[in-house]
Design a protein around this ligand. Structure first.
Ligand code: MG
Length: 360
């Protein structure tokens, strides 16, 4: 890496850390983001709902959440789709548009997502393209969506078996994060979101990582949500369209996606969640001293630190990953807690880093 590149990385790192130290307190609005226990029941105070409102949710979300939003609207329409990735499709998108036309939605009406990442992605993309863009509100109901997918304006559907290949960057008008809704979430789903929070702490916020290290992550959900939001927001504000800095959020994801492509072929409970694959991916991408500290933190958060997923098959999936830049793989490495480096390697060199880490 040349000197200039190194200096730029150093500046980026310093500016993220500075931004993450600015406080966002609970209940206080930070740009379009509101984090507040009980916010769902006061949603009318945060969103402009005196118009036609399409509320998108799925059958894995307690229906009372969408109904609570509907009660605050003058003209609500609730659409409930099956839980899972298959809902992010052209068929469903066409259905959403048809329902909006049927109910006379115009450019001044809006879409509200009430659900996890799948519903947020679908609803955001529907809002982005209906009448060339109408207001989009997001009420994420999973920890993963609250700390990660609801922030940054990525929206998409899947097509021809390729994840997120049709989509847009489209910023929500408001994101209402109510940690109370997490009380109905299964523990494994909490862990799934925790993986992304740990990822952000490990690369960008040493203080947060040390707090998680010293305490119980399950007892500090509010703080973890606020800190993750602050970190992710400061990264995407600097690089909205993932040209450079935003790549830090891919820490653990390069190999993680490779593992995910293998693990998703498994049935039922043996399939791994995204956050679980990211956890496994992070373990090989950090210095040995960092890994020694990461392992107990992942365990505490209910995340895996070893796997029987075939690592060679995962590596060959990595070579097909979209992050391949010509013949090289770009990845993020964590040399010490609260820090990161962008690295580039051939597939062979990357495989060596993974294997030398001794994580598998
Ligand atoms: Mg992720």
């Amino acid at each position: 890496m040349d000197q200039l590149q190194k200096a730029r990385q150093e500046m980026d790192r310093a500016s993220i850390i500075e931004a993450t130290q600015q406080t966002v307190s609970a209940g206080v609005e930070n740009g379009p983001y509101v984090v507040e226990r009980g916010a769902l029941s006061r949603v009318g105070a945060y969103l402009q709902l005196d118009r036609r409102v399409l509320i998108l949710t799925d059958d894995g979300v307690p229906p009372v959440y969408a109904e609570t939003v509907a009660e605050a609207c003058s003209y609500p329409v609730i659409l409930t789709y099956p839980q899972g990735e298959d809902t992010k499709s052209f068929e469903v998108l066409a259905d959403v548009a048809a329902v909006m036309l049927e109910h006379g939605f115009t450019r001044t009406d809006c879409v509200v997502a009430v659900g996890g990442g799948v519903i947020g992605d679908l609803a955001g993309f529907a809002a982005a393209i209906f009448m060339r863009g109408i207001d989009f509100y997001n009420i994420p109901t999973t920890l993963l969506a609250q700390v990660d997918s609801s922030i940054g304006g990525k929206t998409a559907i899947n097509h021809e078996g390729i994840k997120n290949c049709v989509g847009a960057f489209y910023q929500p008008k408001k994101v209402v994060i109510d940690p109370n809704v997490l009380s109905t979430l299964p523990p494994r789903q909490i862990s799934n979101g925790m993986a992304e929070a740990i990822k952000m702490a490990l690369t960008c916020d040493r203080e947060l990582f040390e707090k998680i290290e010293a305490g119980n992550p399950m007892d500090m959900l509010d703080e973890i949500i606020l800190s993750s939001l602050r970190i992710k927001k400061s990264v995407v504000d600097r690089d909205a369209t993932e040209k450079s800095l935003r790549r830090v959020l891919n820490f653990g994801h390069t190999l993680g996606h490779g593992i995910e492509s293998q693990a998703s072929l498994r049935d039922g409970d043996r399939a791994l969640y995204h956050g679980e694959c990211v956890s496994l991916g992070m373990l090989c991408m950090c210095a040995p001293e960092v890994r020694d500290r990461l392992i107990p933190v992942l365990r505490k958060a209910g995340l895996p630190t070893e796997t029987d997923v075939d690592i060679d098959a995962s590596l060959s999936a990595v070579s097909h990953d979209k992050k391949m830049d010509g013949s090289r793989i770009n990845y993020v490495y964590c040399p010490e807690v609260g820090s990161f480096e962008f690295r580039s390697a051939s597939l062979e060199e990357f495989a060596e880093v993974v294997k030398e880490s001794g994580a598998y």
